[in-house]
Design a protein around this ligand. Structure first.
Ligand code: SF4
Length: 409
């Protein structure tokens, strides 16, 4: 990935193959293995280089003042990107928070723009929350942005944590993120476990557990790999990235590439020919259905929005008035509502049916914020409000077209 440097001090090596970073050699000899020993760090390090190289290929960072291919040369050159460890910490921190629940392909352009607007922890801490949320718009899970902002303010006040344990005191930093920053940016032999690592551990050790039991077992395994004396201790960041990369590109949930897997000789599930049995399926979370009503309330070409209060989904953002019932919306708008659309939106295990209404207010009420369409772009709107706006514009365009076609002139 663009924000991660190559393993150790080795120069950037080419990906094992283009695309996934790993190739499957048809007919390649399959090493025999007992499935009991630990995978060697060299085998995993190779994967980490592939991960770094692959990410750089897809990144356009010209606005940052360097191209992806210049990164290895810039390392050690005094360029701000690698100039000081604090900057490295910040960049890894931002990337790891952005990558939670979001893919690398989606994150990369946001990450680049973020570093241009908020290049240092200090500048992020000094920015307004509205500015921060506006730059997060489109990435979703806005709590991450609010916590990152709060975390930056915490760091400016208390100093940069030096260990994974200290990182846990920073708002928005959990066990995984603490391990990632400490190992990748600060070279501490701190373990980390994400969904990819969990799956790899389950198969490598043929662990039948699922859900929380598997997570606990994976953390124990990850800790054991970084104890004093283990070769991974010398390069904990590379080790951790390699494990994640193994899960993301080789030991995938489906279509896994066992024949090309660098740790296959140490894999117990492979040795037992039972890779499909791991990890054990998680118990299904029950889906809950909800109904929301949203109104595009207009007055004299302006739109009414309001801040989402604390304790509700999308707190800290702005939205078109939304209520759990049509009655609630009627009471709030005191105007005639006409329905123009409906869509479904999923939040965690909730499926929300959103009914869309329009109303023209007689007067702009003081309890709402009235903005033009252009001003609306300065506010961070959650996905349902963005979708409501898109459908509203579409509905207006269709109405105009219909009026033109049926006009007697
Ligand atoms: S890809 Fe196959 S061999 Fe490699 S760790 Fe996963 S299950 Fe084991």
């Amino acid at each position: 990935m663009p924000w991660r440097v190559p393993p150790g001090s080795a120069s950037l090596s080419a990906p094992i193959a283009s695309g996934s970073g790993v190739s499957v050699t048809s007919g390649a000899p399959i090493p025999s293995g007992s499935g009991n020993a630990e995978p060697p760090i060299d085998a995993l390090s190779e994967l980490a280089s592939g991960r770094v190289a692959e990410g750089r290929e897809g990144l356009s960072t010209t606005e940052l003042g360097y191209t992806p291919h210049e990164l290895p040369t810039l390392k050690g050159s005094g360029h701000p990107t690698f100039k000081n460890p604090e900057q490295r910490v910040y960049e890894v921190w931002v990337s790891e928070i952005m990558l939670q629940q979001t893919t690398v392909a989606t994150v990369t352009p946001y990450y680049t723009k973020w570093l241009i607007r908020f290049p240092t922890i200090k500048l992020l801490a000094e920015a307004s929350l509205d500015d921060v949320l506006a730059h997060w718009q489109g990435l979703g899970y806005y709590r991450r942005a609010r916590m990152l902002h709060e975390g930056a303010r915490w760091v400016i006040q208390n100093g940069i944590p030096q260990t994974a344990k200290e990182w846990l005191a920073v708002p928005g930093v959990g066990r995984y993120t603490a391990g990632a920053i400490a190992s990748i940016a600060q070279n501490e032999p701190a373990p980390l476990v994400d969904g990819n690592v969990e799956r790899v551990v389950s198969r490598l050790t043929a662990n039948q557990a699922s859900a929380k039991s598997l997570t606990d077992a994976a953390w124990k395994w990850a800790e054991s790999q970084l104890l004093p004396g283990h070769p991974a201790q010398a390069s904990p960041g590379d080790w951790n990235q390699a494990l994640m990369e193994l899960g993301a590109t080789v030991c995938k949930p489906v279509n896994l590439l066992c024949r090309a897997c660098p740790v296959q000789p140490w894999c117990q599930a492979f040795a037992e020919s039972r890779v499909a049995d791991y990890p054990a399926p998680k118990p299904r979370a029950e889906k809950k259905s909800l109904h929301h009503s949203v109104v595009i309330l207009t007055h004299d070409g302006k739109f009414a929005i309001r801040p989402v209060p604390e304790g509700r989904w999308w707190a800290g953002l702005y939205e078109f008035p939304r209520e759990a019932s049509l009655e609630g919306l009627n009471l709030m708008t005191e105007a005639t509502l006409s329905q123009f659309g409906q869509f479904n939106h999923v939040v965690t295990n909730h499926e929300i049916t959103v009914d869309l209404y329009h109303a023209e207010a007689a007067t702009p009420t003081q309890d709402l914020i009235w903005v033009t369409e252009e001003e609306l772009t300065q506010y961070a709107l959650p996905a349902p409000s963005q979708k409501a706006l898109t459908l509203w514009k579409k509905s207006r365009a269709q109405k105009t077209l219909w009026e033109q076609e049926t006009s007697p002139d």
